[in-house]
Design a protein around this ligand. Structure first.
Ligand SMILES: Nc1ncnc2c1ncn2[C@@H]1O[C@H](COP(=O)(O)OP(=O)(O)OP(=O)(O)O)[C@@H](O)[C@H]1O
Ligand SMILES: [Mg+2]
Length: 258
């Protein structure tokens, strides 16, 4: 089995608190892996350690973007990890709100030169610029935002902004995208649409999703594999069915207020 991401005994302490305690998680290529757990379980810290935002005290992080090269990225700076194809969508999506949806995707594209937007303003494109716009449009179609290409990002709803983040990650050639609460701030109906769209993307593009989510009732059915964390440790893992029937998981989620 080829895993795109693998952590081995990942550990992080904040003073006396072991926020992440020998965590071993794996993300299977072209699948959706879900990381759940109550507040303070250590989910965001795991992601911070994987993406170079924080350095682990112990353990390893391996990234295998193309399936033929397992790279030890432990302690690498985040820009280097991003360059390899490991993108992270932050809890609050931060596209350029004054730019249009299409411009936001163009800006995220690799090698887009000094100024990817001015051709749009000029109204005159070189062949290369044209190809970029075509590619950006194809990506927007994949995430279901093609009809809104000319909308300024500030006009999008919370769910659409999340999909724009995904589009930007795809434009940047990300192979692994971490989504921290992708359905935060959206109503249940649209939240399900987001997960359906993400699942559809997995069948169409060479990408892998690692999703952190609170609303497990909505997220769980769409996951291919689930890790449950509590107080720094992975307390359960397996298929959605496995974890939902696990007594330790039930115990942790009873009394969960959020
Ligand atoms: N920079 C820090 N300094 C000190 N303690 C921290 C720091 N970052 C996180 N922690 C602590 O580490 C533990 C894990 O936090 P983390 O944010 O990873 O949890 P989480 O599972 O993402 O929670 P949430 O669901 O609320 O986002 C918590 O007890 C938190 O208070
Ligand atoms: Mg968190």
């Amino acid at each position: 089995m080829s895993y795109i991401l693998e952590t081995v005994d990942l550990t992080k302490r904040f003073g006396g608190l072991v926020a992440v305690d020998h965590v071993n998680i794996k993300a299977t290529r072209n699948k959706m892996t879900l990381l759940i757990g109550p507040n303070g379980a250590g989910k965001t810290t795991v992601i911070n350690l994987c993406t170079g935002v924080k350095k682990p005290d112990e353990g390893k992080v391996y990234f295998n973007p193309t399936g033929d090269r397992k790279i030890d990225i432990t302690g690498w700076p985040s820009h280097k990890i991003y360059k390899l194809g490991f993108a992270r969508s932050f809890q609050i999506p931060q596209p350029f709100l004054a730019l249009t949806v299409l411009e936001n995707v163009l800006v995220a594209m690799r090698g887009s030169g000094e100024d990817p937007v001015s051709p749009l303003l000029r109204g005159k494109w070189t062949r290369e610029e044209e190809e970029r716009v075509e590619r950006a449009y194809r990506i927007l179609k994949l995430v279901g935002l093609d009809k809104l290409w000319n909308y300024e990002a500030f006009r999008l709803g919370a769910g659409q902004l999340k999909m724009l983040e995904v589009a930007r990650a795809l434009a940047a050639d990300a192979k692994l995208v971490v989504l921290d609460e992708p359905i935060g701030g959206t109503d249940p109906k649209y939240a399900r649409d987001i997960f359906l769209k993400l699942k559809e993307l997995l069948t169409k593009v060479d990408v892998t999703f690692l999703v952190i989510e609170h609303r497990i009732d909505i997220a769980l059915p769409y996951a291919d594999y689930v890790y449950v964390m509590d107080r720094g440790k992975v307390i359960a893992e397996g298929s959605p069915n496995d974890v939902i029937n696990n007594p330790r998981v039930i115990e942790v989620y009873i009394g969960e207020k959020k």
